[in-house]
Write a protein that binds this ligand. Structure first.
Ligand SMILES: C[S@@+](CC[C@H](N)C(=O)[O-])C[C@H]1O[C@@H](n2cnc3c(N)ncnc32)[C@H](O)[C@@H]1O
Length: 382
């Protein structure tokens, strides 16, 4: 098992490198208080030019925006989705440690730290750029947070290394951030040209181009069908294989547009959006790791601790729903009209179905449109 060097220093710009990292070598890092100045400056200096469209850009939202040209600066920008609902649901949690498993730019976490001064934050993100942005956002909360560059299915390992036993609360705001989508060099968007990358963790493998250029026909077809609900998965998979090698988002987008029947191009939404979503999910193993991360969180929550999970596509939400219903003792096999077995329940669901954003939020932030929020409370220690 790999372990993480820990940076223990509450002052923002002077995190010290430990003289001997704990455990074996790892590229993952935990920062307490902030990041070294060199990393923050590197992000700020990163400026790229691109042709991009107006919102919504999110493949999950799907309707197309009007095309504009803008110069893009790599300032981190992301509106926390369903913020009022998240704060409301987390309001009653006991004092202690709150885990933000998808920290991003720390929009939700900052608001929660402001709201509750008896909370210490552990913020996980696998994207090094998100960590840098979050460190800046949280700079006024000296000593109240730990930032961890890691994938969220390693929650047990991270908490063990931080010597944290129980959590008071947790948040998963799944999927990609606006910053990732809007940065052409990250290769997430079919609307801007960039390398076929799509990695949230820029230190990991594979990139999108590895999958696009080497997956078999059946594997590509399965990815498009399962992760993108793409009707034309076979046609697109065949076209991708015929067009190999592909190295840019524009090339992939063009191949998809050419592959699908003309009539279906009239449907709302960009024709390549499902393909991009599917490949992104495969690159980042978004589906495989979710159930394990939720189970680790349930186990780590203290009695009366709460967790909020926001998902953005049906595949993700299916896993969230199934995992939570099982932990709540709600059998998925017993028909709804029959008494549901409750004796195994270790959590209680805080709402019957998934909550969705208000019309007002959707009009302010169209990318929130596909959000579905599920929440629960731990009923007893396990
Ligand atoms: C929707 S954004 C979160 C935005 C955040 N709530 C805010 O208010 O700024 C999702 C973030 O989770 C990260 N992420 C997604 N899957 C992850 C995983 N498996 N492990 C760690 N981070 C992940 C992404 O890199 C991205 O920064």
């Amino acid at each position: 098992m790999g372990s993480l060097p820990v940076y223990k220093d509450a002052s923002l710009y002077s995190a010290r490198l430990p003289s001997s990292p704990i455990g074996e070598k790892s590229r993952r890092r935990i920062f307490t208080g902030g990041l070294p100045i060199s990393e923050k400056e590197a992000l700020k200096r990163m400026t790229v030019s691109s042709s991009a469209n107006g919102y919504p850009l999110d493949p999950a939202v799907g309707s197309s925006g009007c095309r504009i040209t803008r110069t893009y600066t790599a300032e981190y920008s992301h509106h926390p989705v369903m913020l009022a609902e998240v704060l409301d649901l987390l309001d009653p949690i006991p004092s202690g440690v709150f885990l933000d498993a998808t920290l991003g730019g720390a929009g939700h976490s900052k608001a929660f730290l402001e709201h509750r001064d008896d909370i210490h934050l552990v913020g996980i993100d696998q994207d090094p750029q998100a960590q840098i942005a979050a460190s800046e956002t949280l700079s006024s909360f000296h000593g109240r947070f730990d930032l961890v560059h890691e994938r969220f299915d390693h929650i047990d390992r991270i908490l063990d290394q931080l010597k944290i036993d129980k959590l008071s609360g947790a948040l998963f705001d799944l999927g990609v951030s606006s910053h990732q989508l809007d940065t052409p060099s990250r290769g997430f968007s079919f609307r801007t040209n960039g390398p076929l990358d799509m990695r949230m963790d820029t230190t990991s493998e594979p990139k999108a181009e590895d999958i696009v250029n080497s997956a078999s026909l059946s594997e590509l077809s399965r990815i498009l069908r399962e992760h993108g609900d793409e009707r034309f998965h076979k046609k697109i998979a065949r076209a991708i294989i015929a067009a190999r090698p592909l190295s840019t988002t524009a090339e992939l987008s063009e191949v998809v547009i050419d592959a699908i029947p003309a009539a279906s191009k009239k449907f709302p939404g960009h024709p390549a959006r499902r393909t991009f979503q599917a490949i992104r999910i495969a690159v980042n193993k978004e589906i495989e790791i979710l159930e394990s991360a939720i189970k680790q969180t349930i186990h780590r929550l203290a009695k009366e601790g709460r967790c909020v999970i926001i998902s953005y596509h049906s595949g993700e939400d299916r896993i969230v729903k199934k995992t939570l219903r099982a932990a709540a003792g709600l059998s998925t096999t017993v028909p709804k009209h029959l008494p549901q077995p409750k004796e195994q329940a270790i959590i209680r669901l805080l709402a019957r179905g998934g909550q969705t954003p208000s019309q007002n939020e959707i009009s302010q932030n169209p990318r929130s449109k596909s959000a579905r929020l599920r929440s629960f409370e731990k009923m007893r220690e396990d």
